[in-house]
Design a protein around this ligand. Structure first.
Ligand SMILES: C[S@@+](CC[C@H](N)C(=O)[O-])C[C@H]1O[C@@H](n2cnc3c(N)ncnc32)[C@H](O)[C@@H]1O
Length: 192
């Protein structure tokens, strides 16, 4: 796959990029702390479609005892930032991870592969999933088209919720918990 090459990462993760390590650090800090609040200890994390590997690097720096694995479909990303080269639509993880991160990846996965990709995310997730994928409404009204790759699959939030809801309960702010793991108070999460 050549789409995710040097120019792609330079364009979207250069100085005017979509997000930088410092911002991901704020997010990772919050996600790790929310998991702790729920009583979930993060001993292992999987970064799916890791790109520059900002989540993995945050864990290695701040929680070096956490086992990390980062995967990406891009040969360039794997060679440059040290991931295993995997396609989440075809790679079924052999074990589960306390935290799975899938940050800005599913919009690249074609309709025919996305259900399998989400099934693989569910297989990989022991407890907590952090997921961000821009929806049709986000692409029309929320994202900055100058800084965001608009050549992606446009799907509604309802569509993603129906798919993810088979395995996960949506908590909010990108957080989902695997069904049957963390009991949520009624007002803490979306309806189960
Ligand atoms: C927008 S970047 C996000 C990078 C990183 N997650 C972040 O948020 O900084 C999308 C990444 O998803 C990867 N990707 C796209 N399709 C994939 C697939 N089917 N399996 C694994 N990785 C994929 C691309 O190679 C690219 O590195």
């Amino acid at each position: 796959m050549t789409r995710f090459d040097h120019d792609y990462y330079h364009r979207y993760y250069g100085p005017a990029g979509v997000h930088a390590p410092e911002q991901v650090g704020h997010l990772a800090t919050a996600v790790h702390a929310m998991a702790a609040w729920w009583g979930v200890e993060i001993h292992s994390m999987l970064d799916v479609g890791a790109g520059l590997g900002m989540w993995r690097d945050w864990y290695r720096r701040h929680h070096p005892a956490v086992h990390t694995l980062s995967i990406d479909i891009s040969e360039h990303a794997c060679r440059t930032w040290g991931h295993e080269q995997r396609d989440i639509t075809t790679w079924r993880p052999e074990r589960s991870y306390d935290l799975v991160v899938c940050h800005s990846v599913l919009q690249y996965v074609a309709d025919e592969g996305v259900a399998t990709a989400v099934e693989h995310l569910a297989d990989a997730t022991e407890c907590v999933l952090y997921l961000e994928a821009p929806t049709t409404a986000d692409l029309a009204h929320v994202v900055d088209p100058q800084r965001t790759d608009m050549e992606v699959h446009h799907r509604s939030g309802e569509w993603y919720r129906a798919l993810l809801g088979q395995w996960f309960q949506q908590v909010g702010a990108g957080l989902w918990v695997k069904r049957g793991t963390v009991p949520m108070f009624e007002l803490e999460a979306a309806a189960p």
